[in-house]
Design a protein. Structure first.
Length: 399
């Protein structure tokens, strides 16, 4: 006896789009109602996979949910699981392990597991959350480590037959340290600009830690000037007579040794291309060339420019806290006075008092001037230098 078709091929609720319609359907739970519950359910499956548990039953998911996000009964969990199956985040398989009678076989019993798409979505969301929460750092210690690893590479390059394992390990550690330095520097400078703009920053917190921030910038700038020049010299020594090229080829050959049989022919060339690209990125970060400033110099200039910007922000905040008015506040006050003026004459007097601008004093157009202009019209294209004295408007005293 086989299961009923309606129970065997369950595709989830009607509001859940099938995963075959679009490759991005597994992201649908982020904008659907009850998205918090969906995220918590998916985290339960990720945690279970880390513990080598592949399948989960609805009651297992319900028990693993945190109390603040756990629904009152298991029916809501089953509904959430059905929706995730329909979007392609989970896969449902009939649970026949606890069938003891024919009635149990026809009853809706399923076990669930992560799909490849669902796991990929959760990994992407983890990276997204981590990037949003990252403040970064200016890692002066990383600069010291890079100097140490470059010197180790110079020692290896000086050997007649450098050890491939040592070269591969040294290059791996060096590039890993450099990538962390560059990524943290980018994140820190982004958060520093948000601090300068006072986006999402409390004023009191900013004023309390601005001195430490400025000292932090000054210390890193000093280390970057000193160690950055030393790193540039070490890079030049390694690139002299293509010393680093030999080490890169050794690392690529060692990496290609583990390639799959269908990739063995091109693995070494591809590995060398990757290593050459990493080294080029490291060199460009510290060495200026062909009219292009190095990233280290740009970072140093940006950090130096941030110090007076921070001081300017502090000065503006102190002026506001001391009760001194700034230009924007003055204009807002003036606009309120204009709005409260009783009539246009009062507004004209306020305008002259505020800006010191008056009408032209050398002539005034009155009724006689308009009548004379109507009797003797002057073409609009007539230049001023071509007009006679009789063509000019009649002067009248200032009113």
């Amino acid at each position: 006896m086989t299961p009923r078709p309606a129970e065997q091929n369950r595709s989830g609720p009607a509001d859940a789009a099938p995963s075959t319609e679009t490759p991005y359907a597994p992201f649908a739970h982020l904008t659907a109602p009850n998205t918090v519950l969906y995220r918590q359910v998916m985290r339960v499956f990720l945690t279970a996979k880390e513990r080598f548990a592949v399948h989960l039953r609805p009651e297992d998911v319900h028990a693993a949910l945190s109390p603040q996000h756990c629904p009152a009964g298991p029916d809501a969990v089953v509904k959430a699981l059905d929706s995730l199956v329909g979007w392609g985040n989970l896969r449902a398989d009939p649970d026949t392990s606890r069938v003891t009678a024919v009635e149990d076989f026809y009853r809706r019993r399923f076990i669930y597991q992560l799909t490849q798409a669902g796991e990929a979505v959760e990994q992407a969301l983890s990276v997204y959350d981590e990037a949003l929460g990252r403040r970064g750092a200016l890692q002066a210690v990383a600069l010291h480590d890079i100097v140490t690893h470059l010197r180790a590479l110079l020692v290896l390059a000086a050997e007649e037959e450098p050890d491939a394992a040592k070269a591969h390990l040294a290059l791996s550690v060096l590039t890993g340290r450099f990538e962390a330095l560059a990524e943290n520097a980018r994140a820190f400078m982004g958060s520093l600009q948000r601090t300068i703009d006072l986006h999402g920053v409390e004023v009191e917190v900013f004023l309390a830690y601005k001195d430490r921030l400025i000292q932090y910038l000054e210390r890193f700038i000093q280390d970057l000037i000193t160690l950055g020049g030393r790193i540039a010299l070490l890079i030049a020594e390694l690139e002299d007579r293509d010393r680093v090229g030999l080490l890169l080829r050794l690392a690529a050959a060692r990496e290609a040794a583990d390639a799959a049989p269908d990739e063995a022919d091109t693995a070494e060339a591809q590995a060398y291309e990757r290593w050459a690209g990493r080294w080029a990125g490291l060199a460009a970060w510290f060495v200026s060339a062909d009219g292009r400033e190095s990233q280290a110099r740009l970072l140093r200039g940006r950090a130096l420019g941030a110090i007076p910007q921070l001081l300017a922000v502090v000065r503006q905040l102190n002026e506001r806290r001391a009760g001194r008015s700034d230009r924007s506040a003055d204009f807002r006050t003036l606009a309120r006075w204009f709005a409260e003026a009783p009539d246009d004459d009062a507004r004209h007097r306020l305008w002259r008092a505020a800006f010191g601008l008056y009408s032209a004093r050398h002539f005034t157009v009155d009724a006689d001037t308009l009548a004379d202009r109507a009797a003797r019209p002057v073409p609009p294209a007539t230049p001023c230098r071509g007009r006679t004295a009789a063509d000019q408007p009649t002067a009248a005293p200032y009113r």
